[in-house]
Every structure is written in C-alpha cells, then in structure tokens.
Design a protein around this ligand. Structure first.
Ligand SMILES: NC(=O)c1ccc[n+]([C@@H]2O[C@H](COP(=O)([O-])OP(=O)(O)OC[C@H]3O[C@@H](n4cnc5c(N)ncnc54)[C@H](O)[C@@H]3O)[C@@H](O)[C@H]2O)c1
Length: 348
C-alpha cells in the first residue's frame, strides 16, 4: 500500500487525468515563497484545470513547520469554502509536503492531496511513504499521522535551482538508503564527492525504489520500516537541539552526524566491522561539515532522544547496521554508549 509515483511528463499527464476524472470542486496549490517563484509557474503551465484554483503561500523553513502554520492554513481553507471534494497540490520541499499532507488529512476529516516535491530530499524521501506532520516546539514531527497522497510527481529538473547545501542535505537520505539496504548502491554513491543536481538526479529512482519496497511491507512502522530511521535517532535529537537554540541546521546535516555516530554504536555492539565503520565515517565526514556540537550539549541532546518515537518503556531504541546494506532495528542502547559515540564526533 503506497501512493503511485510518476515522473516528469507522464506525471503531469496523470495529474491531468486525475483532475478530469474526479472534477475537484476547487484546486488549491500550496507553495512557499521559493517554490512559488521557482516551481509553481512550470507546474501550472502544464496542468489542465477547469475547476477554480487558488494559491496558498506559507513561509519556508523548519521553524514554520508547526501547528500555528497549520491553523492559518485551515482558516484559509475555511474562508475559501473549500469542501471535501477539493484537491490540495503541495509544491515544495519536505517541510511543505509534510505539513501540506497533514493539513489536507485533518481538514474536514480529509481531502485529497497530491505531492510535487521540489527538493532532492523531498523527492527521495519526505514526499513518499505517507508520513505527514509537524514539529511541536523543538520536538521533530511530534504531531502527525499517516496519510497517502493520491500520487507523487517527480520532476528532477527542480533540483537545478537548489543550493549545494540543500542538495547535500537531501543526499544524506540517499546515503542512508545504500547503508540500510543495498551495498552495491552504496558503492555507487561513494563515487560522488560533490553532490549536485546531475549526479544525485541519477540516483532518485533507485532511492525511491528502496524506500517504496520497505514502506510497502510495513506502512505503519510496526517493524521493518523503522530501518528508514537509521541515523535519525541521534540526527533528529541534534536537529532539535539546534532548532531550540534558534540556529537550525539542515535535516541532512543532522542525519549525516547521526549516521556516523550510529555506525560507531553498531561497531561497539559487535554488529558492524571496524573496517566498514571507518569506511562510512571517512566518506560521510568528507562531505558534510562538522557540526558545532559540544560536550556540554550532550545531556540536552540525550533528553531529546528520550522522546524519540521509536522508544519503548523509556529505552532509547536504535536502528543499527549489521553490515553495509543490512540494518537491524529495535536495539536498545545504553546512555553511556550514546555519549561515547557523540564524543567520538568531537574528534577530527
Ligand atoms: N515525511 C517523511 O517521511 C520525511 C522524511 C525525511 C525528511 N522529512 C522532513 O523533510 C524536511 C526537510 O525537507 P527539505 O530538505 O526539502 O527542506 P525544506 O522543505 O525546508 O526546503 C528547503 C528550502 O529549499 C527551498 N526550495 C524548495 N524547492 C526548491 C527548489 N526547487 N529550488 C530552490 N529552493 C527550493 C524551500 O523553500 C526551503 O527554503 C524536514 O522537516 C524533515 O523532517 C520528512
């Protein structure tokens, strides 16, 4: 059970077909200030819509991925008299698709939505798989649900206007896909030293296939799907820490940090070989900047981990690597080892 994913012109055709078949009362486009300028004109010029259309714009940024923005959107939808037969089209990065899906799914108990991801990260990860939601204060994705879009349209050309830092952020999820599921894919990924629109654009389909195959076996994350959280237990906690300090980092930067630290934990748990741990650390550290995390921040970061959604009975549960290409989940890790792994991150 997963939403259909279409590429480029064939995707536009599918959306046009959907609109023709379903005749939505109104079509609402959700954009932010960047995607309104850079992506919306191309999408709208290719769609054939007879219904009335409206554009809703939100401010970009993780700091706006919260219930306040959702409320403003629900109010706007209400003001526009949007009924349950209307369609919401989300055009944006992961912040926008996470929030747009959540807004659509809660409004009048659910209206249909389509995702058009415009960042690498949203294409290979956030916009597919049906996890939607928002942050609560600094707690990442604390409020949310599972809600599938009618379809996802992938247009890799949109990546062309992303900055290097943003592409590198999305690339972290691609690295994760290789590490958890496919060692041959990892070998291919490792050839890339400077992620750009072209070399990462070629990886989108494989990454989507990996994510799709995992999600379709365990949509609600009762088991296997947890492997997609590799790097995210520590990564999300670090991201929350910086978000709380009002110096947000990019999602992929947190995940990159998390993947190195969690590989180290995997090695200490006698799962991953020291050789592969070194290989992972060297590669990721050669691409991502060192985060300004300090020893005195560890307690705070650990406190964020204690709220992680994968925990049970107050134990911090991790996804770890048995080897490159094979992840295991629900592994309880003691605080001392988590601190040790983060301490390693302070070294050069
Ligand atoms: N739902 C999931 O399964 C899932 C998975 C991974 C990550 N996420 C979430 O995704 C979010 C991160 O997504 P993101 O990295 O896309 O960040 P983002 O949505 O914040 O987008 C990054 C920036 O790029 C701009 N932008 C968007 N498209 C652009 C384009 N084509 N050209 C130039 N600029 C563009 C945006 O306006 C924004 O300023 C996080 O909130 C994370 O929690 C969700």
């Amino acid at each position: 059970m997963i939403n259909p994913i279409y590429y480029q012109e064939s995707g536009i055709e599918k959306i046009n077909q959907y609109i023709k078949n379903h005749q939505p009362t109104k079509v609402i486009f959700l954009v932010d200030e960047n995607t309104r300028e850079l992506c919306f004109p191309k999408v709208v010029s290719e769609l054939e819509i007879e219904s009335e259309t409206k554009v809703l714009e939100i401010a970009s940024g993780e700091e706006n991925k919260n219930l306040y923005t959702c409320i403003s959107l629900w109010e706007a939808l209400t003001e526009l008299k949007i009924d349950r037969k209307s369609l919401l089209i989300n055009i944006g990065g992961g912040v926008l698709t996470d929030m747009g899906g959540f807004v659509a799914n809660c409004y009048k108990r659910g209206i249909a939505f389509i995702n058009i991801p415009t960042t690498l990260l949203a294409m290979v990860d956030a916009s597919i798989g049906g996890k939607t939601g928002v942050d609560l204060g600094s707690f990442k994705n604390q409020i949310g649900n599972f809600a599938l879009p009618q379809m996802v349209l992938i247009e890799p050309d949109f990546i062309q206007t992303q900055s290097f830092e943003q592409i590198r952020s999305g690339f972290a999820e691609i690295i994760k896909h290789g590490l958890i599921a496919d060692s041959n894919y990892w070998q291919k990924i490792k050839q890339i030293q400077n992620p750009d629109a072209e070399n990462t654009g070629n990886l989108i389909e494989t990454s989507i296939k990996i994510k799709k195959s995992v999600v379709s076996l365990d949509f609600t994350e009762s088991g296997l799907r947890k492997i997609l959280n590799f790097g995210h237990t520590i990564g999300h906690a670090v991201e929350s820490f910086f978000l709380e300090n009002q110096t947000p980092i990019l999602h992929g930067e947190g995940v990159a940090f998390g993947m190195i630290a969690e590989s180290y934990i995997s090695m200490k748990k006698n799962l991953l070989s020291p050789f592969e741990n070194e290989e992972i650390r060297n590669y990721i550290a050669s691409i991502y900047p060192k985060l300004p995390v300090k020893q005195e921040n560890f307690d705070k970061i650990l406190a964020f981990m204690q709220n992680d959604k994968k925990n049970t009975r107050n134990e911090i549960r991790f996804v770890l690597l048995e080897k490159i290409g094979k992840a295991v989940y629900d592994i309880s890790v003691e605080n001392e080892l988590i601190i040790e792994a983060m301490t390693q991150m302070l070294k050069d």
